[in-house]
Every structure is written in structure tokens, then in C-alpha cells.
Design a binder for this molecule. Structure first.
Ligand SMILES: [Zn+2]
Length: 222
């Protein structure tokens, strides 16, 4: 039986792990499991948990592990219905976010017999870079195109799609950004260190162009 690839992307907010997860998904034909996406989906149900999840996400705080885990398991069970021959693997985006989630994920992958080809990929950017990217990204006033604060985009003086005027997006409140970056140090850092000790960590430089980050990931996991 073919052993599926299972990867998880870790890194500070703004590191581009979502983009890299999507690229890896396309490259290997993987199923995508994003905790953020699962949670946003959950907010569509207007019950207690749906409403509280919505409020909690807006503050940048973490929702309880038990809730995330229930959403994961439902998703994994759906994926398990796939025929083995058609199944290439799974990519997790932004999980696990703390040690307890890491242990639960490890157990679940072992239960579903998907634990042989697991790697955690850290898209590494400094705290300062993360802060810049989250507070300085811009948007086109004319077409709405979003301009990240990175690489050559930093120097754009007008929209690279339509030439429209650019303004700084104010959608992330400073408190929420600080909360997210603080949580990385407190909660995700120990997860990164644990994977490193077990030889399961792949660390790449996130402070380079998107294609270069992807290239480095592919070189290091293959
Ligand atoms: Zn534009």
C-alpha cells in the first residue's frame, strides 16, 4: 500500500504559509486542511459555538483544542473514504498551534495509518518582518488588488494590475496582531522545537520570493 505524504506548515502570521500550503497541494495533489478555513466554515452555523468562534477569531485568540480537533476528525474521516490508489496525502495549514494539538494530531494520523511520511515545514520569518507584513500591506483603491509588503512589491508606487492608487489596509487591529505574534512564541515555538528534536522539521527561509520559498521546500522534502 502506498504511504501518503502528510505535511504541516508552521510559521508566524504573515509568513506566507497559506500560499505555500496551496502550492504544495497543487504540486503533489494533496487534500488541504486549514484550521482557519474549518473554523470560518463553522461560524456559518449560528449556534453558540458558531457565534463564539466568530467573536474569538476576531480578537486573535485561540479557540479550544477540543473544537479544532472535532473539525479535523470530521474532515479526516471524509478523506479516509478516498480509494487508496487515488490518495496522495494531506497538507495541514497552520496546525498544530500548541503541544496538546500536536500530540492529538500525531495520534489521529497514527489511527488513520497516515503517519509514515510526516514532515513539519517551518516557513521562517523574523518577528520584525511579520509585523511589517501585517501592518504595511496595501490595497488598490481602484481594483481592490492586495499588495503584500514583501520583496519587490514594497517598492510599488501604484497598482501593478491597473495602475490605481494604493492605500494601507487597516483590517488587522494592532492588538490582534500582537496577540497572534505572541501566541507563536508561547504556543507554537515548543511545537517547532519538538518536531526538530524528532527529526521531523524542515526549516526554510520565508524572507524570500514566493517561488524561492517553494523551491527550497521542495528541495528539502524530496
Ligand atoms: Zn488595481
Amino acid at each position: 500500500m502506498k504511504q501518503p505524504l502528510v505535511y504541516t506548515l508552521l510559521g508566524r502570521a504573515g509568513c506566507g504559509k497559506g500560499t505555500q500550503a496551496k502550492l504544495l497541494m497543487e504540486h503533489f495533489g494533496l487534500f488541504y486542511i486549514g484550521s482557519g478555513e474549518l473554523l470560518r466554515e463553522r461560524t456559518q452555523t449560528a449556534d453558540f459555538t458558531g457565534q463564539k468562534t466568530d467573536r474569538t477569531m476576531k480578537t486573535g485568540a485561540l479557540v479550544p483544542t477540543s473544537l479544532i480537533f472535532m473539525l479535523w476528525i470530521n474532515r479526516l474521516e471524509e478523506i479516509k473514504k478516498q480509494k487508496d490508489d487515488d490518495f496522495e496525502g494531506i497538507i495541514f495549514d497552520g496546525s498544530p498551534r500548541k503541544l496538546i494539538e500536536m500530540h492529538l494530531l500525531e495520534e489521529a494520523l497514527s489511527w488513520y495509518e497516515w503517519d509514515k511520511n510526516f514532515k513539519a515545514i517551518l516557513v521562517d520569518i523574523s518577528q520584525e518582518e511579520a509585523l511589517n507584513r501585517l501592518t504595511k500591506r496595501r490595497q488598490c483603491a481602484k481594483c481592490g488588488h492586495s499588495i503584500p509588503y514583501m520583496d519587490e512589491y514594497k517598492n510599488l508606487t501604484s497598482c501593478d494590475k491597473c495602475g490605481g492608487e494604493l492605500f494601507v489596509r487597516q483590517d488587522d487591529k494592532p492588538e490582534a496582531i500582537n496577540q497572534r505574534l505572541g501566541l507563536f512564541e508561547q504556543e507554537v515555538r515548543p511545537v517547532v522545537e519538538f518536531y526538530e528534536k524528532k527529526g521531523l522539521l524542515v526549516k526554510v527561509n520565508g524572507e524570500q520570493a514566493i517561488e524561492k520559498v517553494q523551491k527550497e521546500i521542495l528541495e528539502k522534502i524530496e
